[in-house]
Write a protein that binds this ligand. Structure first.
Ligand SMILES: NC(=O)C1=CN([C@@H]2O[C@H](COP(=O)(O)OP(=O)(O)OC[C@H]3O[C@@H](n4cnc5c(N)ncnc54)[C@H](OP(=O)(O)O)[C@@H]3O)[C@@H](O)[C@H]2O)C=CC1
Ligand SMILES: N[C@@H](CC=O)C(=O)O
Length: 335
C-alpha cells in the first residue's frame, strides 16, 4: 500500500516493474500493490493495481482518477484492507506530522510494517511510533527519510553497532547543496539553481523547507532521536538556512579556497543531543568539501572506530525510489 502518489512513488513503481524478475530470482520477493492513496481518495484492487496502465498517467490524484476512469473504478475513502506494508510518501509536514502521521499510525495499528519516505511523522512522533510498532509487532524502515540514497541510518544500525558515536556532521539536503555548488562552480544564480532543483523533483513541495534548512534539520533530528534515544522535534533544533547566502559570500570563500556548505551537526552532552544546521565555510582538508551538486555526505565521529565518512547518494527521484526498494528488500529478504 502506498500513501502519496507523487514523483517518488511513481518512480518506485517503475523500478518494481523493471526489476520484477531480478527481485524474484535474487530474493524470492514478489509484490502486489493493492492500494494507492492520494489526497482525493484511494484506488484499491485486491488482485493488484495494473502498474503499467497507471504509469501512462502522471502523478497525484489526477493520475489516480484517470486510472479509475479507465478501469471503471471509484476512488474510495482511505482504509486498510489486506496489506502487509505501507510506503508513506505524502508531502512532509515537519511541524505537525500531517497526513503521514495519521496514515502511518493507522497502518501500524492494523499490523502493517511501514517504510517511511516522508519525514513528518518521525520528526514529530518517533517515540510514539516506535512504541506503537513494538506493541503491534511490526517493523519500521526509514532510509528515505534520512537522506535516501546516502546510507545513514543503515550505517548506524549495522556498521556502528557497539560504538559510541560522539558527534555527526553532514550535508543532508541535496537541493541546497546543488544551489551552493552551482553558485560556486558555475556562478549560476540562486534562483536559477533552485528552479533546476524543483524541475528535477528533488526540492520539497514547499521548497522553503530545503532553503530554510528545515529538511536537513528534520533528517538530523530523526538520526539524533534514534541514535541517542531522544525526543527532539523541529522546535529543538537551531536552524539557519541558505536564504542569506549571496554570490559575494560564495566568491569571498572561493578566493580563499573555501566552499560554503549547509552543514547539519548533531552533538551530545550530559544534557542530551543537540541539532544545529547552518551554512559554514569548509576548507579543502574537510571531507565534506568535496561533496558537490546534489550529492550528500555524512561523517560519524566515533570513540572506537575514529571518523567514518559516507558520501554520494545524490538526491534524485530514482535514487530515492531505490532507497525505498532497499528498505523493502531488507524488511523481507529471507522471510
Ligand atoms: N523527491 C525526493 O527526492 C525525496 C522526497 N522525499 C520525501 O518523500 C515524500 C514524497 O516526495 P515526492 O514524491 O517528491 O513528493 P510529491 O509532491 O511529488 O508527491 C506527494 C504526493 O502526495 C499526494 N498527497 C498530498 N496530500 C496527500 C494526502 N493527504 N493523502 C494522500 N496523498 C497526498 C500529492 O498528490 P495529490 O494531492 O494530487 O493526491 C502528491 O502527488 C516527501 O515527504 C519528501 O519529503 C524523501 C527523499 C527524497
Ligand atoms: N528535498 C530533499 C529531498 C528529500 O529528502 C533534498 O533536497 O535532499
Amino acid at each position: 500500500m502506498i500513501t502519496g502518489y507523487g514523483n517518488v512513488s511513481r518512480e518506485l513503481m517503475k523500478l518494481i516493474l523493471e526489476k520484477e524478475a531480478f527481485l524474484n530470482d535474487q530474493y524470492g520477493l514478489e509484490w502486489r500493490i493493492t492500494s494507492i492513496v492520494g489526497s482525493r481518495g484511494m484506488v484499491y484492487e485486491k488482485g493488484g493495481i495494473d502498474l503499467l496502465s497507471l504509469l501512462e498517467f502522471g502523478t497525484g490524484s489526477n493520475a489516480l482518477e484517470e486510472y479509475c476512469e479507465m478501469k471503471n473504478l471509484e476512488l474510495l475513502p482511505f482504509s486498510i484492507n489486506d496489506q502487509d506494508v505501507l510506503i508513506e510518501s505524502t508531502p512532509t509536514d515537519i511541524f505537525t506530522g500531517g497526513s503521514g502521521l495519521a496514515y502511518s499510525k493507522s497502518a501500524i495499528e492494523n499490523g502493517l510494517d511501514v517504510v517511511f519516505v516522508s519525514k513528518g511523522a518521525l520528526v514529530n512522533s518517533q517515540k510514539e511510533i516506535n512504541a506503537l510498532a513494538a506493541s503491534h509487532h511490526v517493523s519500521l524502515k526509514f532510509s528515505g527519510a534520512t537522506a535516501a540514497a546516502l546510507p545513514t541510518i543503515d550505517i548506524v544500525q549495522n556498521s556502528l553497532n557497539g560504538t559510541v558515536i560522539k558527534s555527526i556532521e553532514g550535508i543532508l539536503n541535496g537541493t541546497t547543496n546543488f544551489i551552493l555548488s552551482k553558485m560556486h562552480h558555475e556562478s549560476i544564480s540562486f534562483e536559477t539553481a533552485l528552479e533546476i532543483a524543483i524541475s528535477q523533483g528533488i526540492a520539497e513541495k514547499n521548497s522553503t523547507l530545503d532553503i530554510g534548512g528545515f529538511d536537513a534539520a528534520a533528517k538530523a533530528i530523526i538520526l539524533a532521536n534514534n541514535i541517542y534515544d531522544q525526543e527532539l522535534t523541529i522546535k529543538d533544533a537551531e536552524i539557519t538556512g541558505i536564504d542569506d547566502v549571496a554570490i559575494k559570500d560564495i566568491l569571498h570563500a572561493k578566493e580563499r579556497d573555501k566552499k560554503i556548505k549547509l552543514i547539519a551537526k548533531i552533538t551530545k552532552d550530559k544534557d542530551g543531543a543537540k541539532v544545529k544546521v547552518a551554512p559554514m565555510e569548509l576548507s579543502s582538508d574537510h571531507l565534506l568539501y568535496y561533496v558537490d551538486e546534489t550529492n550528500k555526505g555524512i561523517i560519524f565521529h566515533t570513540e572506537e572506530m575514529g571518523s567514518i565518512c559516507a558520501a554520494g547518494g545524490a538526491s534524485n527521484i530514482r535514487a530515492t525510489a531505490a532507497a525505498v526498494l532497499k528498505d523493502l528488500i531488507n524488511l523481507y529478504k529471507g522471510d
